[in-house]
Design a protein around this ligand. Structure first.
Ligand code: SAH
Length: 468
């Protein structure tokens, strides 16, 4: 290690910046995060600098004596860098000449700022792009509320010391403060819940810790469609209880030593009942663990998120919800199928075709009206029945249907058909993966490409017969 990382206290101190252009402005933006007094020496000032009251335009031309007493010196004026560096070094002041490491005595890391928590990343100038990449990843990992949490910890330090004995107990308190319910409450912006959680961990040190459950939407499949929050929850989880629809690529992003419990529901295999899943969540949370209940898409859309939430809340387990991109939205984007479009439709219905006891009932007559657009979940096995109901209710057999199977995943398939042929198409193309069936939507085509779809009366009649 050639460069030794330190944090310099700039409170009430003076930093001199030589140069008033673009480079200097970039450095000053960073310096403005501190409370330093900033003196600029430059023949001309960038408008962003002259507009800022905190910046003092100390002189138009450089004179070594202007550096006297400065805590740090930046030189961002090519013609002056060498002279400024020599003058600073003669006075024993650390100096950074922009883009000239050989005449700098300090370099500035990439930072992630959650003041007072600051993460600095440096590569000693060897790989700035790598540093940027690392910075972005750390930035994504740290919640925006982290700084607020650390500032709260600072202000509570004395109070905690007066209540919680030092040693293991106090460590456990802070562990809970930073990673348990107080932090979750603060993240959720709920001050009342924060006070309750804080008092709970201050005064109930003997009691076993209460865990919590995050109901997290994993999105439609592509790991990059996770939200930043979902990603972070996966990194923090002690236990991950996940559905069959959650793709392996997403589980790879989870903390390595998290315990993984599959509770996959598959159409043809015995799978845990909802009450059994609830029991698993309760059991793990009661061990004081951070449980992530990872669900495909969004937890509140055909995902029983509400039922799990209610069961946990009834048992006194704190729950938070992280939304995800639901399959109908993710698959549409992936298949380039605008869900609303001027001149096409002003509304879209999300519906499930199946319930535990069979075909879901809907107002088929309303759905069969011209111009209706809907996205059907769990519709592969029920598509024939749905088509029959819609045809019986008078839908035009040529109404376009787009099926997206394994949407957003590498094995995605898009099948374009019509309501009169949907059952036929599903069978001939062998759709077996999860699929969204969009009724009333077709991908935009250049008008020359549009081929009128022949209506196959035989299939329509067969479907109608089967349904009657
Ligand atoms: N909560 C989930 C839906 C769960 S129900 C969500 O918000 O997306 C399961 C249904 O979701 C499947 O039957 C299928 O219709 C749909 N689905 C989930 N992932 C899908 C994918 N990658 N491609 C197409 N459909 C998908």
């Amino acid at each position: 290690m050639r460069y030794f990382p330190i944090f310099v206290d700039l409170q009430g101190r003076r930093v001199v910046v030589v140069g008033g252009g673009e480079e200097a402005t970039r450095k000053i933006r960073l310096l403005l995060k501190t409370d330093a007094a900033i003196d600029v020496i430059a023949s001309e000032l960038h408008p962003e600098l002259s507009a800022n009251e905190r910046i003092v335009w100390a002189a138009k031309s450089f004179d070594p004596a202007l550096l006297d007493g400065a805590a740090l010196v930046y030189s961002a004026d090519k013609a002056l860098n060498t002279a400024v560096s020599a003058a600073a070094q003669a006075r024993g002041i650390p100096v950074n000449a922009v883009d000239e490491a050989s005449i700098s005595t300090f370099i500035v890391p990439s930072i992630v700022d959650r003041d007072p928590v600051v993460v600095a990343i440096g590569t000693e100038g060897a790989a700035p792009v790598l540093a940027q990449g690392i910075r972005a990843r750390i930035d994504a990992m740290l919640p925006q509320s982290l700084g607020k949490l650390a500032a709260r910890a600072q202000s509570l330090r004395d109070k905690v010391a007066g209540i919680v004995p030092a040693g293991n107990r106090r460590r456990a308190f802070w562990q809970d403060f930073f990673f348990g319910n107080p932090r979750a409450a603060l993240e959720g912006g709920d001050e009342v819940a924060f006070d309750l959680a804080l008092n709970d961990s201050l005064y109930n040190q003997g009691k076993p810790a209460v865990g919590r459950v995050s109901l997290v939407g994993a999105g439609p499949g592509d790991p990059e469609l996770l939200t930043l929050k979902a990603h972070r929850k996966l990194q923090e989880a002690d236990v991950i209880v996940y559905d069959r629809l959650v793709s392996p690529g997403i589980l790879e992003l989870a903390r390595r030593d998290a315990v993984r419990i599959p509770v996959g529901k598959t159409p043809f295999e015995a799978s845990p009942k909802q009450s059994e899943i609830n029991d698993i969540l309760l059991r793990e949370a009661r061990k004081g663990l951070l449980v992530v209940r990872l669900k495909g898409g969004d937890p509140y859309i055909f995902g029983r998120g509400g039922e799990e939430q209610a069961a946990l809340e009834a048992a006194g387990i704190p729950v938070d919800i992280v939304p995800g991109i639901t399959a109908a939205l993710g698959c549409a984007a992936s298949a380039r199928l605008p869900l609303t479009q001027r001149g096409q439709n002003r509304a879209i219905t999300l519906l499930t075709a199946a319930t535990e006891s069979g075909l879901a009932e809907h107002d088929w007559t309303a759905l069969a009206q011209p111009g209706q657009v809907f996205a059907m979940y769990m519709g592969v096995n029920a598509a024939g029945d749905v088509a029959a109901r819609l045809l019986a209710a008078g839908i035009a057999p040529a109404t376009p249907v787009t099926i997206v199977e394994n949407g957003t995943l590498p094995n995605e398939r898009v099948i374009e058909t019509t309501i009169g042929h949907v059952w036929d198409s599903i069978h001939t193309s062998g759709v077996v993966g999860p699929a969204i069936i969009y009724v009333g939507l077709a991908r935009a085509k250049a008008s020359a490409d549009i081929v009128p779809f022949p209506v196959r009366e035989d299939i329509r009649d067969a479907i109608l017969r089967a349904a009657s």
